[in-house]
Design a protein around this ligand. Structure first.
Ligand SMILES: [Zn+2]
Length: 317
């Protein structure tokens, strides 16, 4: 029997956890669904990654209102993926901030990505009619580093290198030593690498580690508390990326086509990582992108709803 496309068979709601990580930082997590970070400054609130729809954003706001009544002034997009950004309007923020590279990706492929992701995640997009038409446009962009002062609280937005996408941004609180990583780091969840840079990702994780965070909010999975858990999150994400790349490189060197490389890689990685959420969903996209990078496409090709289906049919049909 062939597998249901992407996450179309995943229809069970997840349990939400809202965890305080430091005097100023909170993690909104949901058993492997996309996470949202919350920073409470002296006079305003910052939300990092918005959830998939304004209806889902309302639940984040309900949790924020249990700890502060300060205005939600800033939304930060860690990267351009629809499942992270389309809830933005729900916060009515003064500013939406993203790296210039993320802005460029929204211009180049935002529309296609929106249609593609809505097809992949029917549960997360169950209130998709509440998403405003068009794209979620940043009101402010930066290159490499931006520092915001939320009163006395210093908040750094950093591009530490490419990984999950070209535009990956992490949010770093130097005083609290808390880091919000977006999908650059996952925990108990399979890294999605369909738009990734496999060669760059491990070094970018080392750059995250060099900051020595004591708490980290991954893109999916529980908040990581303490240096040991942070190190485990970085090690396991990097290990998965390295394992996919090694397997694909070996297959390409042996002259195998994408289909054969996919089947080999899936079989090799399933025992080690098959228990992570969205493993079956991610693997065809991850192996396809890695095969592209190893063979002839330095930059990720655009996924469209149609290309998603064709790829799935070829590898899983
Ligand atoms: Zn993503």
């Amino acid at each position: 029997m062939s597998k249901a496309f992407a996450s179309q068979a995943d229809l069970t709601d997840k349990k939400i956890t809202f965890t305080q990580l430091s005097p100023n930082a909170y993690a909104y997590t949901a058993e492997g669904d996309p996470n949202t970070g919350v920073i409470v400054g002296d006079n305003a609130v910052m939300v990092i990654d918005t959830q998939a729809t304004p209806v889902m954003a309302e639940d984040v706001i309900r949790h924020i209102r249990t700890v502060t009544d300060k205005p939600i002034k800033y939304v930060v997009l860690s990267h351009y993926h629809a499942v992270r950004v389309l809830g933005a309007s729900g916060y009515a923020p003064e500013h939406i901030i993203a790296s210039r590279d993320t802005y460029d990706l929204i211009v180049e492929r935002g529309e296609q990505d929106k249609a593609s992701e809505i097809g992949r995640f029917p549960r997360l997009f169950s209130n998709v009619e509440t998403v405003p038409p068009g794209m979620t446009w940043p009101t402010m962009t930066f290159n490499r580093k931006m520092t915001l002062w939320m009163g006395k609280l210093e908040v750094q937005l950093l591009q530490l290198g490419r990984g999950h996408t070209k535009g990956d941004t992490v949010v770093w609180l130097p005083q609290d030593r808390v880091l919000l990583s977006g999908d650059l780091v996952e925990f108990d969840a399979t890294p999605y690498a369909g738009d990734a840079y496999f060669k760059d990702w491990p070094q970018t994780l080392e750059n995250v580690a060099a900051l020595k965070p004591v708490a980290l909010v991954p893109g999916r999975g529980p908040a990581l508390l303490g240096e040991e858990q942070v190190a485990a999150g970085l090690r396991e994400t990097g290990g998965f990326i390295a394992d996919v790349r090694r397997s694909v490189e070996e297959g390409v060197a042996a002259g195998k086509d994408l289909n054969a490389v996919y089947k080999d890689t899936f079989a090799k990685l399933k025992p080690k990582y098959g228990h992570w959420v969205i493993f079956d969903h991610c693997m065809p996209f991850d192996v396809t992108r890695c095969y592209d990078e190893v063979t002839q496409y330095p930059d990720p090709r655009i996924w469209t709803a149609e290309r998603d289906r064709q790829m799935w049919e070829t590898l899983e049909g």
